[in-house]
Design a protein around this ligand. Sequence first.
Ligand code: ADP
Ligand code: ADP
Length: 226
Amino acid sequence: MASLSLKGIGKRYPNGFEAVKDFNLEIEDQEFIIFVGPSGCGKSTTLRMIAGLEEITTGDLFIDGKRMNEVEPKDRDIAMVFQNYALYPHMTVFDNMAFGLKLRKVPKEEIEQKVLEAAKILDLEQLLDRRPKALSGGQRQRVAMGRAIVRNPKVFLMDEPLSNLDAKLRVQMRAEIASLHQRLGATIIYVTHDQTEAMTLGTRIVVLKDGVIQQVDTPKKLYNEP
Ligand code: ADP
Ligand code: ADP
């Protein structure tokens, strides 16, 4: 269960550049929100502020009514999946997936159980001893997803998670993400340039330009579907 409330959020980088301006959005529990807009419009910056990886300069972020601005990333109950997967090259698939749980001092048996469970869902059971360089792009992408879902977070942030995959895998992983969304009952914010992804996955689409929200609408309304 997680609703998010972004109230007048803004980001000014140390060099003075205002990447996000007065961002207002109420996100309901279990929504699948899509951010679209040209490169540099502030999509990643907004995700990073929600995750706590980037300081919020103005405004307030609430999750389930609790103000999060100063809460450490590891205490936010949010998992992020990056475009480049950001796997640790020297660690096995198992250790990559276990890392976030170890960091939070989860007991060893529980870690094992959660990683195996996620590996099953994502069809990674045979690959747990491999290192990332011995995996295909699609398998790496699954490990990145696995690392996020083992924590059973209330909120998933995904920054173009499929953009490095070929067309066929993209379609397959898109379906997997849709089914994960159902299955986990999580709230998801998802950045993409792909209109098909936006239309098939999103409950609402947020269009950004130059750090400002231009439009927020359902896929149907935004893309003039009948
Ligand atoms: P998007 O994800 O939509 O491509 P970003 O959020 O990555 O956009 O970037 C938004 C704007 O902020 C871009 O113009 C980018 O160059 C700028 N930007 C990003 N990070 C920094 C930074 N650390 N310092 C200054 N400007 C930055
Ligand atoms: P993306 O793939 O989201 O567009 P970028 O390649 O723009 O990401 O940014 C990669 C990293 O560089 C990020 O950590 C971002 O904050 C930083 N960055 C981006 N633009 C700038 C900038 N103009 N000044 C300083 N750092 C930047």
